[in-house]
Design a binder for this molecule. Structure first.
Ligand SMILES: N[C@@H](CCC(=O)N[C@@H](CS)C(=O)NCC(=O)O)C(=O)O
Length: 207
């Protein structure tokens, strides 16, 4: 299999982590791409007209995207642990947590693109603020209401781990840990899992 990815993409990190947990990492060759909302990477377009990563091409040539579908594909082909629980209650919890983690990432990427891809004169601070509000509400809900532990490894917690890692990578001044001790403790412990250690983005280069 071939995976179009970028080392800093949190969605790609999520599926790479899933490939490790499901025991399929060795069967995947990485193809580094440069996804960008304005300067599309045309090398991805042949497999994914949206030109986004992650995009998986299976050994029989089928293109599979986006990260949720790839995660489901890898889970179905798993030769080790599954990431989508079979038990009904756990399944909906895990998939909903995945949706929340993806939502944090969608908002974070919109802010990132606003700051890096949109010309300065066209930026709208209220837009960024409202995207941050979504992230804050999600983190608050997780702080007070989450029902997973450091030992829970499924598509929900893997997505959340990737999302919090991306906030640390791209928004180092955003101190989300303050006032959220439960989430902080969970992430500190959960980040020590090899599937997150092995998929961490390289540290940003000094300017
Ligand atoms: N819903 C998609 C989101 C993927 C996504 O937005 N990837 C970013 C990189 S992290 C991308 O390819 N951006 C390029 C673009 O927006 O055109 C998924 O879950 O895979």
């Amino acid at each position: 299999m071939k995976l179009y990815y970028s080392p800093t993409s949190p969605f790609a990190r999520k599926v790479l982590a899933v490939s490790i947990v499901t025991g399929l990492r060795d069967r995947i060759d990485l193809v580094e791409a440069s996804p960008h909302p304005i300067d599309r990477d045309v090398s991805i377009v042949g497999s994914n007209p949206l030109a986004k990563v992650p995009t998986l091409v299976t050994s029989d040539g089928q293109a599979i995207f986006d990260s949720r579908v790839i995660a489901e594909y890898l889970d179905a082909k798993s030769v080790a642990a599954r990431v989508i629980p079979q038990d009904d209650e756990l399944r909906w919890k895990a998939l909903t947590l995945q949706a929340l983690g993806d939502g944090i990432l969608d908002a974070a990427l919109l802010i990132r693109y606003e700051l890096t891809a949109r010309p300065e004169g066209f930026r709208w601070p209220l837009w960024q603020e409202r995207q941050f509000d979504k992230i804050l509400s999600a983190l608050d809900a997780l702080e007070s209401g989450h029902s997973f532990t450091e030992q829970t490894v499924d598509i929900g917690t893997i997505t959340l781990g990737s999302a919090l890692g991306y906030l640390d990578l791209r928004f180092p001044d955003f101190i989300w840990r303050d006032g959220r001790p439960n989430l902080n403790t969970w992430f500190t412990t959960y980040s020590r899992n090899d599937f997150l250690l092995r998929t961490a983005a390289p540290a940003p280069k000094a300017a």
